[in-house]
Design a protein around this ligand. Structure first.
Ligand code: PAF
Length: 293
């Protein structure tokens, strides 16, 4: 196992990327905020199938947290992260400090519409996606990878990033990777460490309710009835629900009926001091799709 190179400055990162490119190697970037778990490592594994060199960034980005959110207590586990990245065969780790990413006088922002204003996460975290877009744009321009990989767990984030990259002509392929789950279905998340034993026991309800709702929709259930049942189950398990909705998987627009569209069920809910999100696909079989004449 070789140690990944650790870059704390953009200049050092760019010098390494230049060397790799000169050897004709492809580069994949996996942006993270650290506190790595098997879900992140699955992104690294996917990255390795797409590029000779995998770069992982670890940066807890302050601009995507609102003042009342968990920026200061967000888990920071750099040494353990590095062990996992070494074992996974990562070529380099970008680990900058705040001053490197937001130098004195920093005053640029990105204004978003479209998927960033779909009325999901943005309703509860109105400044979140501007912070995500800003840091992801910076990371992509710093590393200029061939491909960048993001988990589908943050489904709206993935849509926002795809749109931004398209709109700003950033020359990188954005790849979404399936959500990794614990054995009981709970989506892996760095925030799961906040859960008490009792909250952890209730947490798989999110995925179970989505799964049952997806099955009911595919069996022809009316969305309003199916969603009402799923919302009631999540609330009964002790969550305060922010949203549980059926959306068009591509546009994130509300879906009144499946009618052959590929849907996505998305949920966000709070339990104790922790806010969890999850989503799953609702994909009608081809034979269910309306026939075009
Ligand atoms: O999904 C995350 O971990 C973060 O939002 C990201 C993409 C690394 C930007 O800080």
């Amino acid at each position: 196992m070789t140690n990944p190179a650790i870059f704390s400055t953009v200049a050092d990162l760019r010098a390494a990327v230049r060397d790799w490119r000169a050897r004709g190697e492809r580069i994949a970037l996996v942006p993270t905020m650290g506190a790595l778990h098997a879900g992140h490592i699955s992104l690294v594994e996917l990255a390795k199938t797409r590029a000779e060199r995998v770069l992982v960034s670890i940066f807890v980005n302050p601009t995507q947290f609102a003042p009342n959110e968990d920026f200061s207590r967000y888990p920071r586990t750099f040494e353990a992260d590095l062990d996992k990245l070494r074992a996974a065969g990562t070529a380099g780790v970008l680990y900058p400090d705040i001053g490197e990413m937001y130098p004195a006088g920093f005053c640029t922002s990105i204004s978003l519409e479209g998927p960033a204003t779909a009325g999901l996460e943005d309703r509860f975290r109105p400044t979140h996606f501007a912070g995500v877009a800003l840091i992801v744009a910076k990371l992509l321009l710093q590393a200029l990878p061939d491909v960048a990989i993001f988990g589908e767990k943050d489904f709206q984030q993935l849509a926002v990033i795809r749109r931004m990259v398209r709109d700003l002509d950033i020359p990188v392929e954005i790849l979404g990777a399936p959500t990794m789950r614990e054995a009981d279905g709970l989506a892996m998340s760095s925030r799961n460490v906040y859960l008490s034993a009792q909250e952890r026991a209730a947490a798989p309800t999110l995925h179970r309710s989505l799964r049952e709702a997806a099955d009911a929709l595919l069996a022809g259930g009316a969305p309003a009835t199916v969603l009402a049942k799923a919302r009631a189950e999540v609330t009964a398990a002790g969550f305060a629900l922010d949203y549980l909705e059926l959306r068009d998987a591509a546009s994130l627009a509300p879906l009144e009926a499946l009618a052959g569209s590929v849907g996505r069920l998305l949920v966000a809910a709070r339990i104790g001091k922790t806010r969890l999100i999850d989503n799953i696909a609702v994909t009608p079989r081809m034979s269910d799709a309306p026939k075009s004449v």
